[in-house]
Design a protein around this ligand. Structure first.
Ligand SMILES: Cc1cc2nc3c(=O)[nH]c(=O)nc-3n(C[C@H](O)[C@H](O)[C@H](O)COP(=O)(O)OP(=O)(O)OC[C@H]3O[C@@H](n4cnc5c(N)ncnc54)[C@H](O)[C@@H]3O)c2cc1C
Length: 399
């Protein structure tokens, strides 16, 4: 049976996350949107201290963690992404690493100064089709030598430059093997041959750093490969490398859905408050044909939000129960990306010129929300995953 109910202490943590989003994060959201590459140091310190006391966002694996992330993004999605911690790199280590590797690479995120992890898959010639990666990893004695370029790495600047950081880099150990040759490698901050090339200027989530990282004869210890180095891993089938990438996405896509919902709800709450101030009441239960256009629009926005939320909760709950959730993770991600795009766009439209102006955060949420329909698999790619899973087609049969 699916169970979304939270224990009292988890409910309290979600409440605290909302209060922090409202009182600490919202007031600085516009500033860091307009000062794109400035670092919110005070917030980072506060979030780091909280995570060390066990009260932070973390990556989390259950309903409570996802709801806290939704609240944080209700405050500001870009600032939420500056949260110190192992990030998507941590997700890859959790899903693909051994217990020893988890200890070695993740324990540091509970001690010392703030540090960041990141995950680098995308390349100039490879995005949706992750099996097309060109970055290579060649074994040389007790080391791997990495060469290639990774782009649009979330948190990449901090992970590559702040001491203690790490990046999980996907590279191929055998190009001729296609997907089976893909492997994740941990590259620690300060490793010779890894260079942070540039930080992107973006449409939205501007507080979050998005970097290009170059690897030139970058030597890492042999044991920094996550999972088996065998291209044909007989224990898990011949696409084990690619399967690890997908397992990582199964863990991260529901979290991206939660992020999307936070931004969508921010816009929805704002619109409802403004309408209330203008004396416009939403007459729930009234037949659709008798509603005003604005009532129908807001109710449509609310139903999109709620449908996406149910899908997100199911995917995240399954993850917490260690159940296979590929289909549900992609459903949640696709629906939430679509919902946040539509909700925020409609919110700007409903509020007229003020919705478009910088007086309010609505236009910012419209810019911020769109990323959820792009990273961790675009909306189209997640729909494709859903179609394949439901119809029983392989990726070769349905492209
Ligand atoms: C702000 C930001 C942060 C990011 N962070 C990270 C990160 O931390 N790590 C990382 O590795 N990557 C990251 N990315 C990259 C992101 O995951 C990719 O941009 C995304 O996967 C899409 O790949 P692409 O840009 O190459 O687009 P393409 O694959 O070229 O796709 C272009 C368009 O074609 C569509 N399309 C492609 N194939 C199909 C198909 N078979 N059927 C239907 N439509 C299709 C896509 O949906 C999209 O609309 C980030 C991107 C951004 C913008």
């Amino acid at each position: 049976m699916i169970e979304f109910e939270l224990a009292p202490e988890e409910l309290q943590a979600v409440k605290e996350a909302h209060e922090q989003a409202e009182k600490v994060v919202r007031p600085i959201a516009r500033y860091y949107d307009e000062h794109e590459h400035e670092s919110p140091d005070a917030l980072i310190k506060q979030l780091w201290d909280e995570s060390r006391q066990g009260r932070g966002m973390g990556l989390g694996m259950g309903v409570g963690a996802a709801l806290r992330i939704e609240e944080a993004c209700w405050g500001d999605a870009g600032l939420m992404l500056t949260n110190p911690g192992s990030g998507l790199g941590g997700a890859a280590i959790l899903t693909s690493g051994t217990n020893e590797q988890r200890m070695k690479f993740l324990a540091r995120f509970n001690e010392g100064e703030p540090k960041w992890g990141a995950m680098a898959m995308t390349e100039p010639g490879c995005g949706s089709d992750t099996s097309a990666i060109q970055t290579t990893a060649v074994r040389d004695g007790n080391e791997w030598v990495l060469n290639g370029e990774k782009i649009f790495v979330t948190g990449g600047q901090r992970a590559a430059t702040v001491p203690g950081g790490l990046i999980v880099v996907w590279a191929t150990v055998d190009k001729s093997a296609g997907r089976a040759g893909m492997k994740p490698f941990v590259v620690e901050q300060g490793t010779k041959g890894m260079r942070m090339e540039k930080v992107e200027k973006k449409l939205g989530i501007r507080a979050s750093d998005t970097a290009t990282i170059v690897f030139e004869d970058c030597r890492i210890p042999y044991e920094n490969i996550l999972g088996s180095p065998e291209v044909r891993d007989t224990t898990r089938g011949d696409t084990a490398g690619f399967r690890r990438a997908m397992a990582t996405f199964d863990a991260t896509r529901p979290i991206i859905a939660a992020m999307a919902l936070g931004v969508g709800r921010a816009a929805l709450d704002f619109v409802k408050e403004e309408l209330e101030k203008q004396g416009i009441k939403l007459r729930y239960g009234t037949p659709k044909t008798k509603l005003t256009a604005i009532e129908r629009d807001v109710m449509d926005m609310e139903s999109a939000y709620k449908a996406a939320k149910m899908l997100m909760l199911r995917a995240v709950w399954m993850m917490g129960q260690f159940q296979a959730n590929s289909l549900e993770a992609s459903m949640a991600k696709a629906k939430a990306g679509l919902a946040v795009t539509r909700i925020t766009q409609k919110a700007v439209e409903l509020m007229g010129p003020l919705g478009y102006s910088r007086k309010w955060l609505l236009e910012k949420w419209m810019r911020d929300g769109k990323i959820n329909d792009i990273f961790e698999g675009t909306g189209q790619i997640n729909m494709l995953v859903v179609a394949r899973r439901i119809l029983g087609f392989s990726s070769r049969e349905l492209k």
